[in-house]
Write a protein that binds this ligand. Structure first.
Ligand SMILES: NC(=O)c1ccc[n+]([C@@H]2O[C@H](COP(=O)([O-])OP(=O)(O)OC[C@H]3O[C@@H](n4cnc5c(N)ncnc54)[C@H](O)[C@@H]3O)[C@@H](O)[C@H]2O)c1
Length: 243
């Protein structure tokens, strides 16, 4: 896609699922990729997948020292930040612990805000515009049983995205969110076959999505083909949520 071969792209949560597929897509497009995730690189397949144009930062996006490592990398210059890392800690409101609430808020919302702040500051300084993309979810639009913490973060991410688009537009920085539906990452594929079938039946396209289909949305929104798109949340869900 237009312009991606000249871009340096930072992706959080890149060792698994959607993040890994996104790294793969940008790599294929010729981008330089900076990947962030928690396992040591030896425990991932990333080295073999990306023999060149790849830097791995082992770190936790909620940890101050690790954020400092990411800042050092940002200081070398970059074009795109994709806030993909996310977690679930499901429980109904009656059973949810403070820890379950706090940990999901820390990764899915506070870290997205902090990394966006770091990125915006640096991109403004570099003065050549840039792109920030955030992982939302379709559950932000309609709620989900047992996920008050997760849904609150994803709805928060959409609001933050719109606000940052307004604040950063004059610096040529575009900010968008992607809201995946039911996507066949390892976590989802491990669910009971009955649940998967039920979810597929609910979808007008009668299937779950693939991580590569979310990666494609990130690639489009980061590319120069999307240079007039900012402040939006793109649902990539096979029409699971309409309206
Ligand atoms: N899979 C789906 O159906 C789906 C649907 C809607 C939204 N999403 C969102 O897409 C994103 C990716 O989801 P996925 O299904 O690929 O998940 P995944 O669990 O397969 O991958 C998430 C990655 O993020 C990393 N990560 C988690 N916490 C981190 C932290 N504190 N610091 C650094 N890295 C961290 C994990 O180690 C993992 O590699 C998430 O934000 C998720 O909420 C996924």
């Amino acid at each position: 896609m237009k312009g991606l071969n000249t871009k340096k792209v930072i992706i959080t949560g890149a060792a698994s699922g959607i993040g890994r597929a996104t790294a793969q897509r940008f790599y294929q497009e010729g981008s330089e990729i900076i990947l962030i995730d928690m396992p040591p690189i030896e425990e991932t397949e990333l080295k073999a997948m990306f023999p060149e144009r790849m830097t791995y930062i082992q770190g936790n996006v909620t940890n101050k020292d690790d954020l400092a490592k990411i800042q050092t990398e940002m200081d070398k210059g970059f074009d795109v930040l994709i806030n993909n890392a996310g977690i679930t800690r499901d429980a109904t409101i009656a059973k949810m612990t403070d820890d379950q609430w706090d940990s999901v808020i820390a990764v899915n919302l506070t870290a997205v805000w902090k990394l966006s702040q770091m990125a915006a500051t640096k991109l403004k300084e570099l003065g050549k515009g840039g792109v920030i993309l955030n992982a939302a979810s379709v559950v932000a639009h309609y709620g989900n049983f047992g996920q008050s913490n997760y849904v609150a973060t994803k709805a928060g991410v959409i609001g933050m995205t719109k606000t940052l688009a307004k604040e950063l537009g004059k610096s040529g920085i575009r900010v968008n969110a992607v809201a995946p539906g039911f996507i066949g990452t390892p976590m989802v594929r491990a669910m009971p076959e009955k649940v998967i079938q039920m979810m597929e039946e609910k979808s007008p396209l009668k299937r779950m999505g693939e991580p590569e289909e979310i990666a494609a949305a990130y690639a489009f929104l980061a590319s120069d083909d999307a240079k007039f798109i900012s402040g939006t949340c793109l649902n990539v869900d096979g029409a699971l949520v309409i309206g």
